[in-house]
Design a protein around this ligand. Sequence first.
Ligand SMILES: Cc1cc2nc3c(=O)[nH]c(=O)nc-3n(C[C@H](O)[C@H](O)[C@H](O)COP(=O)(O)OP(=O)(O)OC[C@H]3O[C@@H](n4cnc5c(N)ncnc54)[C@H](O)[C@@H]3O)c2cc1C
Length: 377
Amino acid sequence: MKINIIGGGPAGMYFAILMKRARAGHKITIYERNGPDDTFGWGVVFSGKTLAALRRADEPSHAKITRDFEAWDNVDVVHRDQKISIHGNSFSGIARIRLLKILQNRCEELGISVNFRREIDDVEALKLDCDLLIGADGVNSLVRESLKRDFQPSLSSRPNKYIWYGTEQLFHGLTLTFRETLAGVFAAHSYKFDKTTSTFIVECDQQTWGNAGFAGKSDEATRSYLAEVFAADLQGHPLLSNNSKWINFVIVKNGRWSLNNVVLLGDALHTAHFSIGSGTKLAMEDAIALKRCFDETSDVSVALQSFEEVRRPVIEDYQAAAYESMVWFESARQYMHLDPLALAYGLMTRSKRIDYETLKRRDPAFIAAYENSAIKA
Ligand SMILES: Cc1cc2nc3c(=O)[nH]c(=O)nc-3n(C[C@H](O)[C@H](O)[C@H](O)COP(=O)(O)OP(=O)(O)OC[C@H]3O[C@@H](n4cnc5c(N)ncnc54)[C@H](O)[C@@H]3O)c2cc1C
């Protein structure tokens, strides 16, 4: 089969790897507008469950990914200068650039041709030139836009502002920090992803953003402002920018996932708020699911149809949980009156996927402390 892939991110490369492994005769070409060393973002997170799926799908890349991992089992919630740790949540982080390098090397090893610095502006030509065209071209997908009458995408931009930074302050565990200031409430989502660096995402509502005057602040002034807000957490470490910009989260959904021999994958197909886990995990799990459909049939339209049937309910479920979580953060200011234990409990159960019983099983000491504080209150 001849497969063209637009986008050399995790979704595109991982799908190429899995298909080439399954059948060496597939002719697979990836088109990527960036160079092999260009990237944005800092670290990406995987759960223990995702890692098991990656091991089953491709052992060599799994071995390399896990060799460079930083693992943890705690979520830390910081509120009013008090840190509450909740254990029993297995996660790991890796630098996005490291992950992309591992996938690039694996593509090379398997004989997949990756054309870097090739911006695609004509989807139609690539579509006619292959048996299967994958639109793995990210959240602003050209493939989705070109076929929007068929895919019927819905894009909804959310009110909160957020910005991805890095820092050399190491956060051991997923740390959710709340700081109340005169401008309003800031939340930071942070975790270490290698021996020296952590991801540090700052989120705030529009009102806080406006009060802080970010519209008129330079990159440097924004970083110093936020370093001041989170001074107690960063302990003197600066915030590091990687072309970091304030953005509004966009929820992407599609009425249809494929048309003839074209299918969307990863962020081009769907997004889920970063507070519940990374888009990288979903992108790679999409690749696994689509490849499995090709294990069952070599008929492209049958495989694409069954991909949507199998994967859509999983994604809708995930997006529903991510929605609850996102709305919680959008309303963070209304929870600031809670004491740290009550806030931590509310946060852990915000997406309605983890309940009292799960928390009690995972971390009985946390539940005991929470109940104790509720009695005293
Ligand atoms: C600013 C920002 C920072 C982020 N940082 C993180 C982070 O630190 N951790 C994390 O877990 N997630 C992060 N994310 C989310 C994460 O990047 C995605 O969820 C994940 O990468 C999805 O994988 P993907 O392969 O579907 O898309 P992407 O990784 O976006 O890959 C799509 C690829 O397609 C290429 N492309 C697009 N259009 C064309 C075209 N016309 N021609 C050729 N190539 C094209 C792009 O250059 C890109 O490499 C970030 C997102 C943004 C917007």
